[in-house]
Design a protein around this ligand. Structure first.
Ligand SMILES: Cc1cc2nc3c(=O)[nH]c(=O)nc-3n(C[C@H](O)[C@H](O)[C@H](O)COP(=O)(O)O)c2cc1C
Length: 177
């Protein structure tokens, strides 16, 4: 079974993108061994320090993963700073980091009508710059996300069906450990 490392892009307890991520993980079931990147535990990136245990854990998780799934909102037309901070920590040494050749799949979410498409474009560009391999698929953007939730749970089955089709294809493409 492939090992999948999931990066959320929001730290909010009531996050719609994290709710979508959780709903997708539930649907993945036993198709993958899933781990979550704890981006909240990371210090601000500072090249003068090694970042301690939280960074070491992230780097180890990335090294062990067969694939990476990002489910992120858009902040001010781009990737949220907390997610970029996590990526920056895992991106060293440049062009030789755990992202090099790593298979990645990106989903974006927003409260508005754009579905975070600009953040998703930026994220793919960032991954490309780290020599990661972004899985080619229909762009999965989730618009008006809060309307697709019930009591904090992502419940829009049409969106979930569409998203899980892409995630499943991604998982099936991964080399197995
Ligand atoms: C700082 C900030 C910037 C935002 N910028 C955008 C934006 O550029 N585009 C957009 O569609 N939504 C933007 N939003 C709205 C988010 O899409 C919305 O808050 C979303 O629910 C956040 O994701 P979450 O529910 O996973 O925390 C922004 C929200 C915040 C807090």
């Amino acid at each position: 079974m492939p090992r999948l490392l999931c990066f959320p892009g929001s730290l909010r307890a009531a996050s719609s993108s994290t709710a979508l991520l959780k709903a997708l993980v539930a649907r993945i079931g036993t198709e993958a061994e899933v781990e979550l990147a704890d981006i909240a535990a990371l210090p601000h990136y500072n090249a003068d320090h090694d970042g301690g245990a939280a960074v070491a854990r992230l780097v180890a998780q990335l090294a062990a993963a067969d694939g990476v799934l990002f489910v992120t909102p858009e902040y001010n037309y781009s990737v949220p700073g907390v997610l970029k901070n996590a990526i920056d920590w895992a991106s060293r040494p440049a062009y030789q980091s755990g992202f090099r050749g790593k298979r990645c799949f990106c989903i974006s979410v927003s409260g508005g009508a754009m579905g975070g498409v600009r953040a998703q474009g930026h994220l793919k560009y960032i991954l490309n710059g780290m020599l990661a391999e972004v899985f080619a698929w229909q762009e999965i953007i989730v618009t008006t996300a809060p309307k697709r939730m019930t009591d904090g749970v992502f419940t829009d089955t049409e969106v979930l069906d569409f998203a899980i089709t892409g995630v499943t294809a991604f998982l099936q493409s991964l080399p197995r450990a």
